[in-house]
Design a protein. Structure first.
Length: 124
């Protein structure tokens, strides 16, 4: 019977169980599939409390998303306006404007809360 995770040892055990279940060809709505879903929920909740992650830097998020979508910086220029503006943003010399944030959110699917994070701008 699955229980809330109360220790690091239990967490490790649940990770192992989840891994074993993920290696199987599970049928939807089977006991094993339900167990994997419950394990995933318990593991995620434990990790949120014990291993919190900071959201990514806005520029890192943009570069990561470009890579995921097999896009290049030229295609980013179409979103941000000009090659020089794109270069300034990617090099950290200029901040994203509200309009840019909206376009990046809409066209690349980057969460707005990631893009609006405060970051330092390097002065030339």
């Amino acid at each position: 019977m699955l229980r809330p995770i109360k220790s690091e040892e239990q967490y490790e055990s649940y990770l192992e169980q989840a891994y074993r279940l993920m290696q199987m060809d599970l049928k939807p709505n089977s006991k094993e599939a339900d167990d994997l879903e419950l394990l995933s929920i318990l593991i995620e909740n434990y990790e949120k409390d014990h291993y919190p992650m900071d959201p990514p830097h806005p520029i890192e998020a943009i570069l990561f998303r470009l890579d995921q979508m097999n896009m290049n910086k030229t295609e980013l220029t179409k979103i941000l306006g000009s090659r020089s503006r794109t270069s300034e943003i990617l090099s950290g010399k200029r901040k994203l404007s509200l309009g840019m944030i909206r376009k990046l959110n809409e066209l690349l699917g980057i969460p707005a809360e990631v893009l609006i994070r405060d970051y330092k701008v390097e002065h030339a």
